[in-house]
Ligand binder design. Structure first.
Ligand SMILES: C[S@@+](CC[C@H](N)C(=O)[O-])C[C@H]1O[C@@H](n2cnc3c(N)ncnc32)[C@H](O)[C@@H]1O
Length: 396
């Protein structure tokens, strides 16, 4: 017997097929299919528009979404995101609860909105997007699907207020405009913490457009309404100001934010987290500003790690946040060379070579939360010295 989550997944696959989406496992199969579906003029146009969108300019972004909503391109470009629809669409669908009126902000072509509307015929969905071609594609498909409980409006919330009131607002990949924005740096290379700087926070909210979007959404959310949100903010430097933007507007967490992981065909993507928030209610779930726990461990010379004799493989290597704890706990740590630099983009980088209880180490840390600790036997110290010089050479 199918469980309800299997049934939901099967329904999503059927729905994606109605949109002409295909699932690919290998990039080469996808790109071969893409070349059969699109002319080289289409592909060149698309690649140019992808580049222009990266500039973060709003007009270019709308032009990109208008282009990808064209009937010839839509299913090809969105098939790349097949797993995304599953990774985001299923948890969102299972959180719609008993809300009667639902707003889907930044619905795009409505691939997910029409799925929710099909699954929940007793709910009314209003979906908005500022890309006219996306809204046209969404309206066409919802007519084909015979949906009477969904309306698509073309509107840019940066310039216009939303109308109505909603028990639930959904927003997936639509709140944080500048996908390349690095976020805000930590206080120094030695810490992951970020003090509250009003100016930096305001700057982030303006650069990414999240401030105005959240204000407009908050204005149409019922007093006890909920928001289900998923944005590309896994990196701490983006996650912290994103969470603070929500907290400052009175939103509280209703459940611990869950990571979202999927594949863009062969590329693994760490996305999300998925947030469920509500205004003004006491909540026992606290905002967490610490880095994600990784699998790193503390280096222990006596833990039976065999010294590699036949290769340059290090005794220990850690490229995650836990490298900081491992570095702090190195026994009899003595620095032999170090350098701390302030980069033009505001980032502070520290790199250090040292010794600890008969081994050599290299430690590298920056204010955008990157950490790296590499430990080798003294006979291999030259590798670390080369690496140290390479890092210094990369600093401006
Ligand atoms: C990456 S797509 C996400 C589509 C859909 N929510 C999903 O998860 O697949 C982002 C959408 O947000 C829309 N968007 C961004 N800023 C907007 C704004 N200020 N007003 C209305 N729509 C906006 C874009 O036009 C685009 O269609």
């Amino acid at each position: 017997m199918l469980s309800s989550s299997d049934e939901l997944r099967t329904a999503l696959h059927e729905h994606l097929a109605r949109w002409g989406l295909k699932r690919f496992i290998f990039d080469r199969d996808y790109f071969a299919w893409q070349r059969r579906q699109l002319s080289s003029a289409d592909l060149n146009h698309l690649n140019r528009q992808v580049e222009l969108k990266r500039s973060g300019n709003c007009r270019e972004e709308v032009a990109f979404y208008d282009l990808t909503a064209q009937p010839t391109i839509l299913s090809v470009i969105h098939s790349q995101r097949y797993d995304y629809y599953e990774a985001v669409g299923l948890p969102v669908a299972s959180r719609l609860g008993d809300a009667r009126r639902v707003l889907d902000f930044g619905c795009g072509t409505g691939i997910l909105t029409t799925f929710y509307a099909r699954r929940f015929p007793d709910k009314e969905f209003i979906a908005v997007d500022r890309s006219p071609a996306s809204i046209a594609a969404a309206r066409k498909k919802s007519k084909e699907l015979g949906l009477a409980n969904v309306r698509f409006d073309c509107l840019d919330v940066e310039h216009e207020s939303l109308r109505g009131s909603f028990a639930l607002i959904l927003s997936t990949h639509a709140l944080v405009q500048a996908e390349r924005d690095p976020g805000i740096p930590s206080e120094s290379w030695q810490t992951f913490t970020r003090a509250h700087h009003t100016e930096r926070q305001t700057d982030f909210e303006q650069r990414t457009g999240i401030g105005v979007r959240l204000d407009r959404l908050g204005a149409v959310l019922d007093l006890s309404g909920r928001m289900v949100i998923c944005e590309k903010v896994r990196q701490l430097a983006r996650r912290v100001p994103f969470q603070r933007a929500l907290a400052e507007r009175g939103f509280q967490l209703m459940e611990p934010p869950g990571p979202i992981r999927y594949r863009l065909i062969e590329e693994a993507v760490d996305d999300g987290p998925l947030y469920v928030v509500q205004k003004g209610r006491g909540s026992s779930v606290l905002w967490d500003e610490s880095p994600e726990i990784d699998e790193g461990h503390v280096f222990d010379r006596n833990a039976g790690v065999a010294a590699p004799t036949d290769s340059d493989r290090p005794l220990y290597e850690n490229h995650g946040p836990s490298a900081q704890t491992a570095w702090e706990r190195l026994k009899d740590r003595a620095v032999t060379q170090e350098m701390t630099r302030q980069q033009p983009d505001g980032r502070q980088v520290h790199v250090e070579l040292g010794t600890s209880g008969g081994v050599r180490y290299l430690y590298c840390a920056n204010t955008f939360d990157q950490r790296q600790l590499v430990i080798v036997e003294p006979v291999r110290a030259a590798i670390l010295e080369d690496y140290y010089r390479e890092i210094l050479g990369g600093m401006t």
